[in-house]
Design a protein around this ligand. Sequence first.
Ligand code: GH3
Ligand code: MG
Length: 303
Amino acid sequence: MNDLTTPTVLIVDDEPMNRMALAELLSGECRLLLAKDGASALQRVADEPDISLILLDVSMPGMGGYEVLRRLRADARTADIGVIFVTGHTDERDEERGLLLGAQDYVSKPIRPAIVKARVRNYLKLAMQRRELERLSQQDSLTGIANRRHFDEELARACRHARRSQESLSLAMIDVDHFKQYNDHYGHGAGDDALRRIAHTLAGVARRPYDLVARYGGEEFVLLLPGVVDVEAVLEQARREVMQLGIAHQMSTTASVLTVSCGGIVADAGRLPKTKESLLNRADEVLYRAKREGRNRVLTERF
Ligand code: GH3
Ligand code: MG
């Protein structure tokens, strides 16, 4: 994982001298990658998910800059990468064409170092602000874990991936038991603290690279566990670790401490329901069975 505060810039030019000049100019500003033609630029982009900006030469042997840009914009994974054309073509029509294709900016060769540096800086500053806003928009402000919006996006993505790869997908809903009484008795502030500690505990349990824990709303959490995993074991660990936090709950009729109920489902790729809502509903049904059967327990279902 790259340092999120240092942006990555890809320099694409068939002339080694041009690449070196730009790299030298920007070496203190960002992490730099170099490519010598259009095809290797696209390969670099496919290998490096964190590229913020591409300084793209227009005329190169083989695939030129316009075609590289067209392909970047046509692929959802790369459509948002910034592109600044660096070109000897200073014709107005060329510049218009590049901008219409979705380039952010245009600088002409021979490059004027101070101008290029300033334009790159300006773009990177905006890109970093946008990235921070995006991060905040995916985060639950109380607990710091993912929010429902982010979870819904990731669930849709995980369903598509499961269908493509024929891997199974596991999902769980986790709900705090008797939390209304906890709030009523200990106060809303204590309730908030408890939710933070529970969120942190759940995040510690689901920690494979594509696992996701989110706050779904109120005192309800969701867990997304793509691929093959022993859901029952993960949820049982979550349930146990929440209990072990030892958050006293005198008003609970289930235990002397705060507890959670968990409803998990394992969906085989071939049997994934059409919509992610029906997947969530099934997990919700299992959760409510866990509630009815006495709370502080894990139930799972496979289909
Ligand atoms: P059950 O065991 O059946 O789940 O009962 P419950 O009391 O946990 O469920 P209920 O849905 O009746 O109450 C949920 C409570 O969660 C109500 C609300 O006050 C509390 N709650 C929801 N969001 C927050 C929050 O952000 N902070 C705090 N402190 N409390 C919250
Ligand atoms: Mg509850």
